[in-house]
Design a protein around this ligand. Structure first.
Ligand code: NCD
Ligand code: ZN
Ligand code: ZN
Length: 432
């Protein structure tokens, strides 16, 4: 099967070029890019006025299967991914049971592959049951296809265990993704500790809860030589620590979520539980620092930390609600509106942080439109706008603080392995 994407502006993160070109896809691969390519025998997509970019990669999502299917499943999560323009996602292991063995890694890979939507790369747990007591079967999980290791949802409190995990990961050539939180410092907190938490009478989570663990893991990464990726960076201090570590040559990468570069702790006024997230929404000072980190390259990756919960779970007092918000279907619009239109990143920089960089951290295919690469493509319409309406989400989760928000710059189509899986925000199986 051949597909010709005609007349769009092709963005190639590998060499940083943006050119008006056609892209020809054949047999699930990119056959070539160039001007006036022949459409003989190909289905044609008119992409004029749009950006043709490598398929977006979200390296931090929670798909909740197995065990928490009321929140999300591999199917609804994969549908949400492609509606959001993501052709690949890496899912965290904090399911029930926790993904801490090869059989579960295979189960997720195979189940997701059979859906034919986004590619799903399971992240294996660092410790058995993510209990932080003994290492999980890292080698076996790698063989089964785990893309990285993380106990996300929980910090690895024991520094000795984290050190050993990094030594093994280094040996296996894998990245350790760290959820940086010191539980003694965050204990009982539900939002950022500061002026607003005092005003609202909510117990706070100080910035230091994140930063002491970022500092610890940077030291361990330096000592072990392991590739370390810091998940959901939220504070100015974390940005500074990562910046300094990179300058010293430590093998560290970092991600930020759309909610952490868009919202501040002021959003919690009104006690809307969809604003409750871990790490918490921080101050305007932190948001500015995170944006500076994005612009100067300290923050390599934009990832959603898509964390769906049921309406019932979130419909309780602020203190009792679970942490997490959905992100897959609003990410592209927030990146475009806040960062590109907002003048923080160029279109090329934004695309690179959603494609090539996460693909490199996970060592998975993607991030390029070079000939021979898998035909995973996202077409972005920079002029399209929408008002976020959670009732249209493919995700089971409705827990977003962005309902009613106007966004500009939306995913228009998604292609996985040469197959059109989403057009105009509708999933391919419902196109007919
Ligand atoms: N981010 C969150 O607030 N919640 C995540 C866990 C996590 O990413 O640490 C979840 O699994 O619900
Ligand atoms: Zn986390
Ligand atoms: Zn997470």
């Amino acid at each position: 099967m051949k597909l010709l994407i005609r007349g769009g502006t092709v963005v190639e993160p590998v060499d940083g070029r943006m050119l008006e070109q056609d892209v020809l896809l054949s047999d699930g691969r990119i056959a070539g890019t160039g001007r006036n390519l022949s459409a003989a025998g190909a289905e044609v997509i008119d992409a004029s006025g749009k950006l043709v970019v490598p398929g977006l990669v979200d390296m931090h999502v929670h798909l909740r299967e197995p065990g928490y299917e009321a929140k999300e499943t591999l199917l609804t999560g994969a549908r949400a991914a492609v509606r959001g323009g993501f052709t690949s996602v890496a899912c965290m292991p904090n399911t029930n049971p926790v993904v801490d063995n090869a059989a579960l890694v295979s189960y997720i890979k195979n189940t997701a592959a059979a859906l034919g939507l986004a590619r799903v790369y399971p992240v294996g747990a660092i410790s058995r049951g993510s209990r932080g007591e003994e290492l999980a079967e890292m080698g076996h999980m790698k063989k089964a296809g785990a893309a990285a290791f993380s106990d996300d949802g929980q910090p690895v409190a024991d520094a000795g265990l984290m050190r050993r995990a990094m030594q093994y990961a280094r040996m296996l050539g894998m990245t350790v993704i760290s959820h940086c939180e010191n539980k003694e410092l965050s204990l009982g907190g539900t939002m950022h500790e500061g002026y607003v938490s005092t005003l609202l009478g909510l117990k706070g989570i100080p910035a230091s809860s994140e930063e002491v663990m970022v500092a610890r893991d940077l030291l361990l990464a330096e000592e072990t030589g392991c590739r370390l990726h810091i998940a959901h960076v939220s504070t100015a201090g974390s940005v500074r620590l990562v910046r300094e570590a990179k300058a010293r040559g430590i093998r560290v990468t970092a991600e930020v979520t759309p909610h952490h570069f868009t919202l501040t702790d002021e959003a919690v006024v009104g006690y809307d539980t969809s604003t409750k997230v871990n790490p918490p929404l921080r101050t305007a000072f932190d948001v500015a620092a995170v944006k500076e980190g994005l612009a100067d390259g300290t923050i390599d990756v934009i990832a959603t930390d898509h964390a769906p919960h049921t309406i019932e779970e979130k419909d309780v007092e602020y203190e009792r609600a679970p942490f997490g918000m959905v992100g897959l279907e609003t990410a592209m619009g927030l990146v475009w509106t806040e960062l590109v239109v907002g003048g923080v990143l160029t279109p090329l920089q934004a695309v690179t942080k959603m494609t090539l960089h996460p693909a490199r951290v996970l060592n998975i295919p993607g991030g390029t439109l070079g000939a021979g690469a898998p035909a995973d493509i996202t077409i972005i319409d920079p002029a399209a706008s929408e008002t976020v309406d959670p009732s249209l989400f493919e995700s089971k989760g409705r827990n977003t603080p962005f309902a009613g928000r106007a966004l500009k710059g939306l995913p228009w189509a998604a292609i996985v392995g040469g197959r059109l899986v989403m057009v105009e925000r509708r999933i391919a199986d419902s196109l007919e």
